[in-house]
Structures are given as C-alpha cells and as structure tokens.
Ligand binder design. Sequence first.
Ligand code: PFF
Length: 444
Amino acid sequence: MTDKFSKIGFVLAMAGSAVGLGNAWKFPTMVGNNGGSAFIVIYLLLTFFVAFVAFLAELSIGKLGETDPVHSFEKLAPKYKKQWSLAGFFMIGGILIASFYLLVIGWILKYVMLSFYKLPTTTQEAGKAFNSLISNEFFNSFLCFSVVFLMVFFVVSKGIKSGIEKLNFWMMPSLFILLIIMLAYSLSISDGFIKAASFLFVPDFSKITPDIILQALGLAFFSLSMGVCTVPTYAASLPDGTNLVKSTLSIIAINILVGIMMGLVVFTFVFEYGGDTTQGGPGLIFVSLATLFAKLGIIGNILSFMFFISLLFAGITSAVSMIEPFTFYLINKLKISRKRALLYIACFVYILGFMCILSFYEPTSFKVFGNPFFDILDYLTSNIIMPIGAIVFSFFVGFVVKKDGLYILFSSFMNKTFFEIWYFLLRFVTPVAILLIMIYQIYK
Ligand code: PFF
C-alpha cells in the first residue's frame, strides 16, 4: 500500500478521531458531577488497564493485516476466514455514527455563523433558538448538514496522505491554539477559573460508585473511537517502525488534555456567569454557553466563534475517521475508485442523516419504535455496536491471532514481562470489563 501516514501524521489523525464532540460535552460534565479528580483517577486507571490494552489489540489487527478490516480479519484467521471476516463489518457502526454526528456538526456550523450576530441573552431565548433550529427550521438544518457532509466526504476522497493527514495536520494544531487562547482568557476571569478548577480537580471519592466506574469505562471507549474499525483502518496505513506503544500513549494524552482544557474553559464561564453545572450535551453547549458568551459583548462574539470553530474542527476530524474504514473496504472488495466508493457511502449516509433531521423536525417527528430515529442510531452505536465490536476485537487478538506474531510486532516497544501482562489483561480482563459496561448500559 503506498498511501500511508507519516509517523506524526498517524498520531495526529488518530488523536483527531479521538478528540471529538464527546470531549466537549461528555467528558467535562462527567468529571465535574462525578467526583472531580477522583473521577479522573478512575478514568485514567480504566484507560490504562482496559482501553489502552484493547486499543493496542485493535492497532495490531490493522498493522498485521495491512489492509481493510474485513480482509485483515480474513488474513489473520486462516482457519475460519469467512466467519471472522464478518467481524470487519463492525465498520458499519462508523457509518451509522457519521449519519447523526454530521447533523450535530451541522448545528455547530450554524453556531459558528451565529457568532457574528447578536447572541441570545437569556437561557430561555437561547433554548428557544436552539429548539427552533432543530424542530422548525428544516431548511437551515438540512443546509448545514449538507455543507459539513460535503466537506467531510471531500477530505476522505483525497485519501490518507493528501486528505485525512493534511486535514489533521492543520486542524489539530489550530484546535490546540484556539483552546490555549480561550484558556488564557478564562484564566483572566480568576474567580470563575478557580471555581472551575476546583470543580474539575478537587477529588471526592465518595461520589465514586460502581455505576460511575462503568460510565467512565464507556466514555473511555467512545472517546478512543473503539469497536468500529477506525483504529485498525488507520493502523493499516502506519509506516513501518512506528512505536505503537508511544503513539498510543500520545493519542491518549492528547485526548485527555483536550477534555480537561475544554472543561476548564466551559466551566469557567458557567461558574462566572451562573450557568447550570449539571447540564450536559447540547444544552450545555448550545444553550448555556451561548448565553454566557452574550454577556461579554463583542469579546463574547469572538470567544463564541473560537469555541464553535474549535468544536467544528474536533467534529470533522472525528467524522472522517468514521467513513474511511468502509471506503477502504469497498475500494478493495469491488476494485472501484475511491470516489465511486464514497458515492455509494454518501448516498447511504445522506439518507440516514435526512431521517435524523426528520426525527427532530416537528411536523414529521420521525420515530422508530416510539423513539426519535436520531436517538435510536445513537443508542445502537454507542451502547451496542461499539462495545460488542471492542469485545470481539479483543477476543480475536487474545485467542485467534498467533501469539508469536504479536510478540514480534510489539517486542521492539515492550519487554517480555510487559507483553505478558498486556496479553493476560487482553484475554481475561478487557472483555469482561466491556461486557459489564454493556449490561449496565442496557439495564440502567
Ligand atoms: N471519539 C469521538 C468523540 O469522542 O466524539 C467519537 C468517535 C469517532 C466514535 C470515531 C467512533 C469513531 F469511529
């Protein structure tokens, strides 16, 4: 394969996939409401003992297979080729996530543009504006969705090196710079900043319950884009000699750092201007934060622009990674061009995305089994496809892939003891831990 990442390009692209909308509205709220740094400690422990272990396994599938997910599974399981090749189809999860994720990026695009106008001054006004965007302004939602849709497909059409790597090469550092500027501004609001820092960092171990531990594990998996073949696909384009352990640690570090920076920025404003700390998701970003920025006049408009554009970057770099696995597969399977493969996928994503828009649009309120189609896709992917995918991939590497081959792959980056510990955790701890999150998610 000639279209490969550079070493740094791989880390940026994988970090770009990991750092996404989840870092802005899941991570900060969960940390703040679940024991501050006590939650961070638990999150870090789980990230290292479970997610890191499974992440290395996913990397090894891609690196040893060096092709798309379906053919990699086939190649690594010569005995039960056909059966194992089915595991590669977890990549469809990425396409399903993209269908509703692109819609949310579309709303973000709308807020980037709104930053140039008068921002809503009360939460009621902001709530009304947001609700009207998703439930009444069909044309606006559709237009914003279509624009980000075209942007994302255009990038993937350029391939790994000139599309995905290039995008991440300028979007990831820009995201970082924007976050540093916003953080510097937050520091100048010292009261709010101190409250935000203590909200995020003062440990309260009494808040750590089994339930919180499982939530932290779920967050670690979603945040590291696991279980839907993104990691094996990017790893198939890794240059030889890349240190897999160091790269994974860098990706994890960037992901956590961005989550913490986002948290400090968001909560400085929330504390300084009286927002609601328990609110997460769209409510926190599109309603609370938009109102808080309004209190700062023109500076608020600039900050709002910076904030939403950084979210736009985070979202787009994640979205491209959801689409690449299936694209790569279609190119290899049907021997067609990248553009043609993307055309097929685009039709699918556009139809599903359209159904998601209709699920919020009041006159249609498109529901499946009594729930909005958007929620169904979100639930199916985050709570079912991703965790089952992660279990299957860990099981595959732990019990099907030859141990010798794995040792050869990892021996330059880890010593024998470290390798044995990793292998043990992969076989007996990771799948059980993921199974627990799943059961919890289903029965909570
Ligand atoms: N990691 C992304 C986030 O935290 O928003 C979500 C994601 C990206 C999930 C890529 C799955 C994926 F393949």
